[in-house]
Design a binder for this molecule. Structure first.
Ligand SMILES: *[C@@H]1O[C@H](CO)[C@@H](O)[C@H](O)[C@H]1NC(C)=O
Ligand SMILES: *[C@@H]1O[C@H](CO)[C@@H](O)[C@H](O)[C@H]1NC(C)=O
Ligand SMILES: *[C@@H]1O[C@H](CO)[C@@H](O)[C@H](O)[C@H]1NC(C)=O
Ligand SMILES: *[C@@H]1O[C@H](CO)[C@@H](O)[C@H](O)[C@H]1NC(C)=O
Ligand SMILES: *[C@@H]1O[C@H](CO)[C@@H](O)[C@H](O)[C@H]1NC(C)=O
Ligand SMILES: *[C@@H]1O[C@H](CO)[C@@H](O)[C@H](O)[C@H]1NC(C)=O
Ligand SMILES: *[C@@H]1O[C@H](CO)[C@@H](O)[C@H](O)[C@H]1NC(C)=O
Ligand SMILES: *[C@@H]1O[C@H](CO)[C@@H](O)[C@H](O)[C@H]1NC(C)=O
Length: 302
């Protein structure tokens, strides 16, 4: 806050003392131009716009782009670091030559709940390599997820859920090895039928949330995933051909929820679940578990 005020004073000082017509924009003019060009090349869904106030209405030449709705800047440098156009009524293709990809310092991009057409252009991954947050949930993109996604090695959160996106084996294998800071991976309803589930054993040890419901996963899920130390939420429901075993020991002490509804997990339900202090949801229905129901579950009536 203090530094922002200081910068504004500084910029005002420059504007007053300079004889040339300098502007009071915090946002660099090339970044503002990139954003305006992006706005001009993207289409909007007229029907949707009747019901939703449009963030990009506030995007115009005369104002500092850091004040635009859906745009956030670094307080010191003025560089655009976050764009949130979720529920933005955006539609049509996002072209590989989009000026959006010139915002190299972008850290957060949220395009959730839009109506894009076609595939994710690979320059999004080639150029926006500083992204820590990428949310394309229900954004309308379809097709193969470009392998270049593994270049986003700073990603902490990735949400590609509820789309017609497909991971192939190479793409997901590279992602799981290279995204070492990932904590939140939300891929519900993506098509992962071509992915080797062994790749999950390479996931970042920082993982906290793994949402993989209805992903057409098949094969034996690596049990060591359930031992990742910070893992809180695991959702694997509706992968009817996914087998696996729960580890007898070393369950993640952080586990809060584990939803295996309608998978094919086998073996016994480990009694070590009784030692988990945070656990609030366990769904083991419609699996192939065998043996005794552990004591903790019998007493766990709430
Ligand atoms: C630009 O946006 C600001 C803030 O929304 C608004 O007050 C102003 O009228 C707009 N200017 C033009 C030329 O559209
Ligand atoms: C989406 O892509 C299809 C096939 O390329 C095309 O026919 C359709 O017009 C596109 N829709 C929009 C809104 O761009
Ligand atoms: C960007 O790519 C699209 C689709 O290939 C093309 O129609 C458009 O002319 C290109 N724009 C520029 C500025 O090159
Ligand atoms: C993605 O963005 C949507 C819309 O803002 C939000 O509802 C959803 O929770 C976000 N995903 C994650 C994993 O935070
Ligand atoms: C992994 O990320 C690094 C940057 O941290 C990048 O240089 C490298 O090309 C990436 N590897 C793959 C396979 O994407
Ligand atoms: C990925 O997992 C495989 C199988 O568990 C293992 O052999 C390999 O060393 C792992 N690679 C990395 C980079 O962790
Ligand atoms: C599960 O396997 C069966 C038999 O191979 C196949 O017909 C079905 O489509 C698979 N289901 C999913 C969700 O992949
Ligand atoms: C549960 O915790 C107790 C006390 O820390 C320990 O003695 C016991 O072995 C643990 N049980 C399992 C199944 O991990």
């Amino acid at each position: 806050m203090v530094s922002r005020v200081l910068i504004q004073i500084f910029v005002l000082f420059l504007a007053c003392s300079s004889t040339s017509s300098s502007s009071t924009h915090l946002c660099p003019s090339d970044q503002r131009a990139s954003l305006l060009e992006f706005k001009n090349t993207i289409s909007f869904n007229d029907y949707c716009m009747q019901f939703t106030a449009q963030q990009t209405n506030s995007w115009n030449e005369t104002t500092d782009c850091c004040s635009w709705e859906g745009v956030s800047c670094d307080k010191l440098t003025g560089l655009v670091i976050a764009i949130d156009l979720s529920r933005g009524c955006l539609q049509g293709s996002l072209h590989a030559n989009s000026t959006l990809f010139q915002l190299r310092q972008l850290q957060q991009l949220n395009f959730a709940y839009n109506d894009f057409n076609g595939s994710i252009p690979s320059p999004l991954f080639n150029h926006l390599v500083s992204l820590t947050y990428l949310n394309l949930s229900s954004s309308g993109f379809s097709g193969l997820i470009p392998h270049e996604i593994s270049l986003l090695s700073s990603l902490v959160l990735l949400d590609l859920s509820y789309s017609s996106l497909t991971f192939d084996a190479t793409g997901f294998d590279r992602l799981s090895r290279n995204l070492t800071k990932l904590r939140n991976l939300v891929l519900e309803y993506t098509d992962m039928s071509g992915v080797s589930v062994a790749s999950f054993s390479n996931l970042s040890s920082s993982m906290e949330t793994l949402s993989l419901g209805t992903c057409q996963l098949h094969g034996e899920f690596p049990s060591e995933v359930f031992s990742l130390p910070y893992l809180k939420h695991v959702e694997l429901a509706w992968n009817e051909n996914l087998t696996g075993y729960l580890p007898k020991t070393n369950l993640s002490p952080s586990l809060v929820s584990l939803d295996l509804y309608y998978c094919r997990f086998k073996g016994s339900i480990p009694s070590s679940f009784g030692n988990l202090t945070q656990i609030a949801l366990l769904d083991f229905t419609q699996n192939d578990f065998q043996g005794e129901i552990p004591e903790f579950l019998k007493t766990w009536t709430n």
